[in-house]
Write a protein of this length. Structure first.
Length: 317
């Protein structure tokens, strides 16, 4: 039975070179059992072919084309959110990527979760990985009549950062406005980890809920931004420093130090990835600088281990 106070969702889809994937994503949105109020597709730089595909889809999406590519989905997400946050008929926003396939009941489950927890500002589900080089898993994802959610703690997220993704999360407009006063929305300076940075601040600021129910398929692509692991970990280092400064501004020295430690760990991981990819000189210089100037003893240990061949490349999907 539907509630009289069902959540009214808007959807923001940042799109870039997505002509081969976005139709399936839009089809999945059209199949939602809980229909969104509005769908905004923000195309990250002129792409007439992609614009035509989106405009002709039966969803009747609002299309915004940015004048040039911004290099990451953060700015398109912010532009799309700005177009929806001023509307009185939108209560929460779903930031869906242009290549993921949500389950038909995703919005219905999110509606049930937020409706059952009126103080919750953020809700998400689990999901299943889908390597696009392989066929999608057969069979429809099962619905859940009464989903059970648990509150998400920041400590849990920091040990499970891959468990939360924008494509399987919704954020109340009220929480996005709160972010405006606490560091802003998606940071356009970051080429990677924009969602990680936002999620950390959200989990610290508001009640957040997670449903252990598969909300759809997360497409893994060889051409994705995260495929450049050294760059991704370098950006994680930068992101952790930004978060350390943010927690410092909130007079929370304990969590500030946690993110400074995480930043050093990410820098070492970036150097490892560069070393294993063949750029050993850059990796060695980074580790030496961090060991001598940054007084990071672990960086010197990593350099010695790499030089002696004690460390092997990390396994990749």
């Amino acid at each position: 039975m539907s509630r009289s106070d069902e959540i009214r969702f808007g959807i923001v889809i940042p799109a870039y070179k997505a002509a081969t994937t976005i139709v399936a994503t839009l089809d999945a949105v059209a199949a939602q059992s809980h229909s969104p109020i509005s769908v905004v597709v923000v195309i990250d730089g002129p792409d007439p072919g992609l614009e035509e595909l989106v405009s002709e889809h039966r969803l009747n999406c609002d299309v915004i084309v940015l004048p040039e590519n911004t290099g990451a989905p953060g700015s398109p997400r912010n532009v799309g959110a700005a177009s929806l946050c001023g509307r009185p008929d939108i209560e929460a926003i779903w930031f869906l990527d242009d290549d993921d396939i949500p389950a038909p009941d995703f919005l219905a489950i999110m509606d049930e979760t937020l409706g059952s927890h009126p103080d919750a500002m953020f809700a998400c589900s689990s999901f299943r990985d889908w390597n696009e080089a392989s066929p999608r898993e057969a069979g429809e994802i099962q619905s859940a009549a009464r989903p059970v959610s648990t509150e998400i703690e920041l400590d849990w997220y920091l040990t499970n950062t891959g468990a939360l993704l924008p494509s399987f999360s919704v954020i109340r407009v009220e929480a996005l406005r709160l972010l405006d006063d606490h560091g802003g929305r998606f940071n356009p300076v970051l080429t990677h980890n924009q969602d990680y940075e936002v999620f950390v601040r959200l989990l610290h600021l508001v009640e957040s809920r997670r449903v252990d129910w598969c909300g759809g398929d997360y497409r893994i692509r060889a051409s994705s931004l995260s495929a450049d692991t050294a760059r991704a970990w370098s950006c994680r280092m930068q992101t952790d420093l930004i978060l350390a400064d943010w927690f410092d501004s909130k007079s929370n020295p304990k969590i500030c130090q946690t993110f400074r430690r995480r930043s050093r760990s990410a820098a070492r991981r970036a150097a490892r990835e560069r070393w294993h990819s063949g750029d050993r000189m850059t990796a060695a210089k980074s580790l030496l600088w961090r060991g001598i100037v940054g007084l990071d003893f672990k960086a010197m240990v990593v350099l010695v281990s790499l030089s002696l061949g004690f460390e092997r490349p990390s396994a990749r999907a």
